[in-house]
Design a binder for this molecule. Structure first.
Ligand SMILES: CSC[C@@H](O)[C@@H](O)C(=O)COP(=O)(O)O
Length: 364
């Protein structure tokens, strides 16, 4: 199949003084970019899932802070006051969605940067924030390409002699969930670019349908051989057809490799174990949570019942039905064959090692 020459999908468009996001609530029927002018716009876009995906949430959060700062008159602020304002805005952003750790890690990083600021000018302080947010955006694509290549290597190394592999994924972990290319979907893209992908099956991903709405949109856009199945078909797919590997993204990875991802991921891992299919996580090191030793400490977001009872304005369940809508679940590390990062593939228990190597990188 010919490689697409189309422009890459962009979930976040940024230039100095201007920030827009692709409204993912309207996909796949409408492609509409909406302006983000301040932290409140960013908070709302993340909370309502106009933008989603752990890396994209962090990047948009930081860029919304940066764009607000760029438009502010800072003449009345001392550097201490501006520091306080930045921390307050970061803390506000953290209340938008609770599970993805990338935004929290970005907040920690930024607070460390501004706490060690010794200068006297508020403009210099502002520039630290602007530069940090811009670097996050730029670095994410580089990181994703590395994840894609390491992931393709890992999958091909366990399938010697297989001409083209078939993989399965869940949710949307592609350009729409990141600054571009994607994590688990980056692995798929990398396999495809090497001519090594037979087929990617992807789950519809109820209830928000990130798979059928967003991943389908991306895979069609890039002309990647892909087949949509609904979530309850995964077991039968593994039993009746062949799957070489499963690759998923994550929102929060504990130091022991327990991994929080879109609800349904745990079920996939259990099924993979039963059917002897290798199961990989694909994450930037910014998705590793240095503060928790295992997944039991990860907060699982519960979303509104109408995500289950109403689909695009049409009621699909009776009014009054009781609903439980956890947006994520936790896959225990013993079900995971490897966690692929921009630094390479790690045993799940070695997430601390990945972080130690990452912290030896040049600081942003
Ligand atoms: C590269 S995105 C990784 C995860 O954020 C993704 O798999 C996921 O679960 C997203 O959930 P969402 O609720 O759509 O934000």
């Amino acid at each position: 199949m010919a490689t697409s020459q189309k422009a890459a999908l962009e979930s976040i468009r940024y230039e100095k003084g201007k920030l827009e996001i692709l409204d993912q609530l309207l996909l796949p029927s409408k492609t509409v970019y909406i302006p983000i002018t301040n932290v409140e716009d960013g908070w709302r876009a993340i909370n309502t899932m106009q933008i989603r995906g752990a890396p994209a949430i962090a990047i948009l959060g930081m860029l919304s802070l940066s764009i607000e700062l760029q438009s502010m008159d800072l003449s009345g602020y001392s550097t201490e006051q501006l520091c306080q304002w930045i921390v307050q805005k970061c803390d506000r952003l953290l209340t938008s969605r609770p599970t993805a750790v990338n935004l929290r890690n970005a907040r920690e990083h930024l607070v460390n940067l501004i706490s060690s600021f010794k200068g006297e000018s508020v403009d210099e302080l502002k520039n630290i924030v602007v530069q940090y947010a811009e670097t996050l955006l730029k670095e994410d694509i580089v990181t994703n390409r590395l994840i894609g290549d390491h992931g393709a290597d890992a999958i091909l190394s366990i399938t010697p002699g297989v001409q083209k592999v078939t993989v399965l994924t869940i949710c949307n972990t592609g350009s729409l969930a990141t600054a571009g290319y994607g994590t688990a979907l980056g692995v798929v893209r990398s396999l495809h670019a090497r001519g090594k992908l037979e087929m990617v099956y992807f789950l519809e991903t109820r209830p928000y349908n990130q798979g059928s709405r967003l991943t389908a949109f991306e895979l069609l856009h890039d002309e990647i051989p892909a087949t949509l199945i609904c979530d309850s078909m995964a077991a039968w797919l593994m039993k009746s057809r062949h799957v070489d590997a499963i690759v998923v993204g994550a929102d929060n990875v504990a130091l022991n490799g327990d991994l929080a991802n879109k609800v349904g991921t745990y079920a996939l891992a259990v099924l993979a174990h039963y059917h002897n299919v290798p199961f990989f996580g694909a994450v930037p090191t910014t998705t590793i949570n240095p503060a928790i030793s295992n997944g039991s400490a990860i907060i699982i977001e519960e979303r509104a019942p109408d995500e289950l009872t109403v689909f695009q304005g049409i009621r699909t369940a009776p009014v009054g039905v009781h609903v439980w809508n956890p947006a994520f679940d936790i896959t225990p590390h013993h079900l995971i064959s490897g966690i692929i990062t921009e630094l390479g593939s790690f045993q799940p228990e070695k997430m601390g090692d990945a972080l130690a190597i990452a912290s030896g990188k040049q600081p942003l």
